[in-house]
Design a protein around this ligand. Structure first.
Ligand code: SF4
Length: 236
């Protein structure tokens, strides 16, 4: 398992060259022969769309998108099966975000990788994920295949998130669900369902009992007392 970090401006050591950054996991894992490491680092840099000649440069010589490519090369250096990507594009310009996402999708297919992709941007999540888990105050509230979750959310918080996704057509009305109040502190969460102070569908049971995270249809899990009866809007 390896990790891609959120901010490529702070996740690369400014005193290390690309060779040292990408080659360090190889060295730690027993590749002590420098020539072998040089060849492997060159291969990894090519894999993520960087030129091997850059190997002796330092991170400050690269743009944000290029730095994130270096972070991806470092993560892939030891042939992981699972890559945890913690908001890997949120610190980048939108045009660069698309390049990095497409690179990740391409690498996923070529290397047969699994990503655990953490993000707040639901458009990005829809683009890259097969399956989505939604969290609220540190708890899973809904999990389903991406198409199903977006088209037919079963938890009111998921539906509110869907309604906040911007649509690039001014004639289409969005934002129909308006959440009131603030996200509670995880150190002092509300009783029962953590979402009940902000939920327009809350009933008495929601204030007392924490809903179980249960499977309401094949591979669709939700933690809501009223999930079976609510008809919530999604997005196509
Ligand atoms: S359990 Fe109750 S408060 Fe929580 S999301 Fe469902 S309806 Fe709303």
């Amino acid at each position: 398992m390896q990790m891609i970090f959120q901010d490529p401006y702070v996740s690369l050591n400014p005193r290390m060259t690309l060779f040292d950054i990408v080659g360090e996991p190889l060295l730690v894992n027993g590749m002590t022969n420098r020539k072998e490491r040089v060849e492997r680092v060159a291969e990894l840099l090519r894999l993520v769309g960087l030129r091997p000649e850059y190997m002796q440069r330092y991170p400050h010589a690269f743009s944000g998108g290029q730095r994130q490519r270096i972070g991806i090369a470092r993560a892939l250096s030891v042939n992981p099966r699972l890559v945890v990507a913690d908001e890997p594009v949120s610190a980048l310009d939108v045009s660069v975000q698309a390049q990095i996402l497409n690179l990740m999708l391409d690498l996923q297919k070529r290397l047969n990788l699994t990503y655990l992709f953490v993000a707040h941007n639901l458009s990005v999540v829809r683009h890259i994920c097969d399956r989505v888990a939604v969290m609220y105050v540190g708890k899973l509230v809904e999990m389903a295949d991406t198409l199903e979750l977006y088209a037919a959310p079963k938890h009111p918080y998921t539906a509110a998130l869907m309604s906040a996704v911007p649509v690039a057509d001014p004639r289409i009305k969005t934002g129909s669900v308006e959440l009131k109040g603030e996200v509670p502190s995880p150190a002092n969460p509300p009783s029962g369902c953590y979402f009940h102070p902000r939920c327009e569908f809350a009933i008495d049971a929601c204030r007392i009992d924490a809903p179980a995270f249960r499977e309401i249809s094949p591979n669709h899990f939700v933690a809501c007392h009223r999930a079976d009866e609510l008809k919530l809007p999604g997005i196509a």
